[in-house]
Design a binder for this molecule. Structure first.
Ligand SMILES: [Zn+2]
Length: 300
């Protein structure tokens, strides 16, 4: 069986002007399949890529990457292409990273990292792209995608805009922690990224526009969830308007203290789409009275 796979690969490679012995191909397939328990398809792809790269004197990697859906990413170290929309760009304080965040397609969302040294074009939130030659990675029980020097990012036309499939979450529990980055923040007027030390990672020193948000940890009794409240939702549940936050910002921590006293240790029912590790809360209702809480719990 390995022999016939090897022969097949050999003929594919010779079609690309690469001459390799069947024995050498077979040895690599054997090691991947029998020693490292890699699937046959994956082993074939890996061996093919190995010889393609080895025999490419220009140094430019010719890759045999495959167009996949996010939900189908179940192997690490695999070269893939995907069509996805940038759902969220995360705050990034690491110099080695150009951009980090979430991209999504109809089947789900996945974290991506673009390294500074790869010099790839920057992506923008809510825009759809064709991403080519990304590598899958696996860490802490989750898959992610790494962009690298061989990756390509091509913006898709608006009529090819991608609808991101999300999971709607509804849960009851308590806010157990208010995270750093909550309260009054400044965003870059160009890319909307939160500024760090009044500077955007991409656009440098800019006149930021104000925004308020809450990043918190929500415990539903079974597990902790990261939740994110935008300005509108924050105002609804805390009564803190952007105007008020801007006035209060002269007192260090003033707004954060107010957010804490409104939310911390209190019970809520929250609802919203789960994107990666964050639940983007679009509805939050206080569960004040014991009876009310029991009433809601009773319906579950
Ligand atoms: Zn910016």
């Amino acid at each position: 069986m390995l022999k016939s796979m090897a022969l097949q690969l050999q003929s594919q490679l010779s079609g690309l002007d690469i001459d390799v012995s069947v024995e050498e191909i077979e040895k690599r397939l054997d090691s991947l399949i029998n020693k490292y328990k890699v699937s046959e398809d994956e082993a074939k792809r890996t061996v093919k890529n190995y010889f393609l790269n080895k025999n490419n004197p220009s140094g430019f990697r010719t890759l045999d990457s495959e167009l996949v859906k996010i939900n189908d990413i179940k192997t690490e170290g695999r070269w893939i292409d995907i069509h996805a929309k940038v759902v969220q760009l995360w705050d990034n304080e690491h110099e080695s990273i150009s951009q980090v965040g979430l991209i999504g397609d109809e089947t789900g969302v996945i974290k991506f990292v673009s390294w500074a040294r790869s010099n790839l074009p920057k992506v923008q939130e809510n825009k759809s792209y064709e991403f080519k030659n990304l590598v899958t990675d696996f860490w802490n029980g989750r898959y992610s995608l790494k962009m690298n020097q061989n990756s390509q990012i091509i913006e898709l036309d608006e009529d090819k805009d991608i609808e991101v499939g999300t999971t709607e979450v509804e849960m009851i529990g308590a806010v157990v922690s208010i995270q750093e980055g909550s309260g009054l923040i400044k965003r870059c007027p160009v890319c909307n990224r939160a500024l760090i030390n009044e500077s955007c990672g991409e656009h440098g020193s800019v006149e930021g526009k104000s925004d308020i948000r809450v990043k918190a940890v929500f415990d539903d009794g079974k597990q902790a969830h990261d939740i994110l409240l935008n300005a509108e939702v924050t105002e609804k549940i805390t009564g803190i308007t952007l105007k008020k936050a801007e006035k209060a910002s002269v007192f260090e921590g003033g707004i954060v203290d107010e957010i804490k006293s409104a939310l911390l240790g209190r019970y809520f029912k929250v609802k919203g789409p789960k994107l990666g590790r964050y639940v983007l809360v679009d509805e939050i209702i206080r569960c004040d009275l014991k009876g009310e809480l029991n009433g809601i719990l009773g319906r579950f």
